[in-house]
Ligand binder design. Structure first.
Ligand code: HXC
Length: 258
């Protein structure tokens, strides 16, 4: 399927979405977000795909929601259409593991989009920020919530109240990103990471993700119970038998995804 605002490709079990509005620094227009939602749906439905990577360009992962598009909105445009965050949220609801590979600006909705992925891997050029306050609004796709959970109140408050950007080194130090790599290696590293995850048992990776995400939603006792129930369920998988036999036989496991 051809899209206007993104480029989509696959590499073995990895689905790759490149945001592609270079002239607008990948500003997240309604068209782009609609394309991305469709591409994510297609990858989620495709049994050959195990992991999804979202990336931007060298200069920008995404410089935020499209300010020119939303400048004239009234409250009813935003409210009745559940202003685009409904579509954006698709990345956060993917059941397959997702990786955001971020180079350059990840601002406003761009930072929020990256935080919807399971793992952020950053180029040394990456800059994260929630500058909405500087244009008279607030983060609307999780910036005040996911950023606070990722880096803590002090830094999140400072960033959301001032619009200050955080560079890649600070983002790694603060726990926002899993790893920083040289910009030239970003996509290779992200794809390698994706392939490594895609080589594990598919249902197990999906279960891991569900359990880690549960930590954001539940009390410790509930989360531990959820984890234990899911852990027990892995013993129903052929992949668990294969993984543990392979260990005993000193060979690599060949997971079947069931
Ligand atoms: C629309 C944008 C844009 C955006 C950049 N552009 N960001 N267009 N929406 N968010 C456009 C510029 O207008 C310009 O178009 C072109 O991209 C290049 O941008 P420049 O500003 O010329 O580049 P540069 O000087 O390098 O500065 C880069 C920048 C700056 C620091 C990233 O563009 C910037 O501050 N952008 C806005 C960042 C921001 O405030 N984001 C938050 C948006 S609100 P022309 O046609 O002039 O060449 C948000 C709310 C989300 O995200 C809520 C959830 C729904």
């Amino acid at each position: 399927m051809a899209y206007e605002n993104i480029l989509v490709e696959t590499s073995g079990p990895v689905g790759l979405i490149r945001l592609n509005r270079p002239k607008a620094l990948n500003a997240l227009s309604d068209g782009l977000v609609t394309d991305m939602e469709k591409a994510l749906n297609a990858f989620e439905d495709d049994p050959a795909i195990g992991v999804i990577v979202v990336t931007g360009s060298e200069k920008a992962f995404a410089a935020g929601a499209d300010i020119k598009e939303m400048a004239g909105f009234g409250y009813m445009d935003a409210y009745l259409n559940d202003f685009i965050t409904k579509k954006w949220g698709r990345l956060a609801t993917c059941r397959k593991p997702t990786i955001a590979a971020v180079a350059g600006y990840a601002l406003g909705g761009g930072c929020e989009l990256a935080m919807m992925a399971d793992i952020i891997i950053a180029a040394d050029t990456a800059k994260f920020g929630q500058p909405e306050v500087t244009i008279g609004t607030i983060p609307g796709a999780g910036g005040t919530q996911r950023l606070t959970r990722a880096i803590g109140k002090a830094k999140a408050m400072e960033m959301c109240l001032t619009g200050r950007m955080m560079d890649a080194a600070e983002a790694e130090r603060s726990g926002l990103v899993a790893r920083v790599v040289p910009a030239a290696d970003l996509l290779d590293e992200a794809m390698k990471l994706a392939e490594r995850i895609a080589g594990m048992s598919r249902p197990v990776t999906m279960m891991v993700k569900e359990c880690v995400n549960r930590a954001y939603e539940a009390t410790l006792a509930e989360g531990l119970l959820f984890e234990r129930r899911v852990f027990h369920s892995t013993f129903a998988l052929e992949d668990q038998k294969e993984g543990m036999s392979a260990f005993g036989e000193k060979r690599q496991p060949a997971f079947k995804g069931k």
